[in-house]
Design a protein around this ligand. Sequence first.
Ligand code: ADP
Ligand code: ZN
Ligand code: ZN
Length: 747
Amino acid sequence: MTSISKTANSNTILAVALPVPLYRTFDYLPPSPTYASSLSAGQRVSVQFGKRALTGIILAVKSNSDYPIEKLKPITRLLDKQPILPPSILAIAKWSAQYYCHPVGEVLFAILPPALKQGKAIYISSTQKWSAIKNPGKPASESIKSNAKKQLQLYQALENATEGLLEETIKLLGFTSAQLKPLFNKGLIIPETFDALTAAATEYQVTAPSFPLSLDQSTIVEQLSNDIGHFQCTLLQGVTGSGKTEVYMNLVDQVINIGQQALILVPEINLTPQTLTRFQNHFRCPVGTIHSGLSQNERLTNWELARQGAAKIIIGTRSAIFTPMKNLGCIIVDEEHDNSFKQQEGFRYSARDLAVTRGHKEKCPVVLGSATPSLESINNVLCGKYKKLSLPSRAGGATFPEIELLDIKSRPLEGGLSRPLIETIKQHLYDQHQVIIYLNRRGFAPAITCEDCGWLADCRHCDARMTLHKHPAHLRCHHCDYTSPIPTQCPDCQSTNIKTLGTGTEKAEETLEALFPETPIIRVDRDSTRKKDAMKNLVDEVNKGLPCILVGTQMLAKGHNFANVTLVAVVDADGGLFSADFRALEKTAQLLIQVAGRSGRGSSQGQVVIQTSHGDHPILQQIAQGNYQQIAEELIDERKSAALPPFSYMALLKAEDPNINNAINLLEKTKKMVAETAQMSDHSVELLGPIPASMSRKAGVHRAHLLLTSENRPALQRTTQQICHWLNNNRWGKSRWMMDVDPIEIN
Ligand code: ADP
Ligand code: ZN
Ligand code: ZN
């Protein structure tokens, strides 16, 4: 009897992906033969793995195993009646695992909403819909105090909405849930509970655009809509303020109108709440967001709405590229050049590149938009892989700002600012305009030193200087977050002659406050925007349009649209000009042109001042001309002659150990193994290193790199796979290693 049941069982074997760092799946049996027919790829299961109970995902149902059947264990429990991951997502996960050399189980668990990783059931949260009560006991005019303006406005909005308003919509209109409460207590309004699914289905409607598209814009929308229904990647290159977002929204309209869904990736939602607000205002339907700032329930709800096809629009950060979409109609990647699309920890992937892969697999158009596209994308246009559409001028009649290089070689600086710049700021404020001061260093000063013996405050755990912060006063390492008090005496020579070196945003802020005591100074950096909604409040404040000075880091360069900013000043443009990183010039050009693009977006002419000690540097000269395309094409030529990406491919093997020798040793052995075993066909792969990372010690751990390059991608891939499997099968004591395919930073 037993042997018969075994034969029946042996026809159904489950290949289960588990969240463990191993390059394989694990075979299990169904809990009992009767289950065999209800099992399929994409369902979650509980299994016993060694001594641990783990949640896993069925990757395949097959009839053979490399292991003897009697050794296989049955799964403990089936967690989903139906697959929760559709074949499209399983496919892109498997593809990514292969391409990025990462264990497939870890990939799947990296892309699952946190609640589902923990084995919880799929869940859609409910929402409230509020309506005004027809004939309230006491009329609203009597129960709402005349000075409670917001309350009155909210009540009127609800009175005008015959169908009532969803809580999300109420928030979009600028009200808070707290403002609903007094109206409810006064018996003026009443809630009704809706599950988010019904809500998503009932509220959908498109409002007409607030202005007609320009000729350029409508031509582009027409061309893009011709691609709906099949794969085509388009680079939409439009100068800052040219109306790209408007183009995206029109494409999305068309996609939704034929019953499909749109997936939009943006660099950092919390930094650019405006983009989200514009979408929400345009569509007046719940726009699902997927990013790390959401609660587990919100994230799971939006994910599930997308999966079921109810959410027509999903906007998210890089991880949103893995959102299951029932009927994907287009993918848009806004600011495609942005480094934040690259995941730099754990499962390292490029969401921008995966967008193209996914569009190809799911046969839908992909739009990559930017004013300063990556050299990779521009090159893909040059070699005919991508289509290019351009928006060469600013929308609504705004003109591009003039860019001036200001030589600061022999000028005295106050808080980083030269006299001519201070005078220019004064003029713009006098004209009732707003000013942006860009400075890519948070804190007060990037270093402190003893004037007598030259001692510098270093981090205990990193090869790095401590940054001085004044609010609150302390020293902080920006690499490991180690903090210490500010010394009043030099630890080496006991001198009290301690001075700061350089300028950070806090110091610039302090200087500006002293120079312009009447003007609000708004600092924008990671420290000042830590609180939830801080960025949104700040943007609202600036949008009031009153004269002010914004001083901040590259957060200010990203996608903001402040109509009254007419001056953008770059405190120091020289940092990226002489770096060892081969991408440094590309990144500098993108950053400076993006920052410059924040100026003059409204009706007044903008001005940009770039302070530099190297005004004759060719890149700065070209940036002053504002011609990004020309810069990009020259940099592409340089990359070509040096056989650097995109004309070759790279992978970076990183090793970490408390002892640098162990890290180097691991990489040496790897290099030797490859040299001894490489196939002839893979000899095109060059292995450079190992060398210590440019900041060798970080958070107490030493880091070293081995760089793999090749002009032959399949050969490089075979080698990286071989290395990962080999490393995985050997023990390396305390050393950790990771492979970064298509790295964006190699030092
Ligand atoms: P981008 O995304 O390219 O930086 P935006 O879409 O943010 O540009 O547009 C810049 C500004 O121009 C916005 O304030 C937008 O409302 C406005 N705008 C866009 N298209 C038009 C148009 N056709 N007519 C008038 N104004 C427009
Ligand atoms: Zn000293
Ligand atoms: Zn440190």
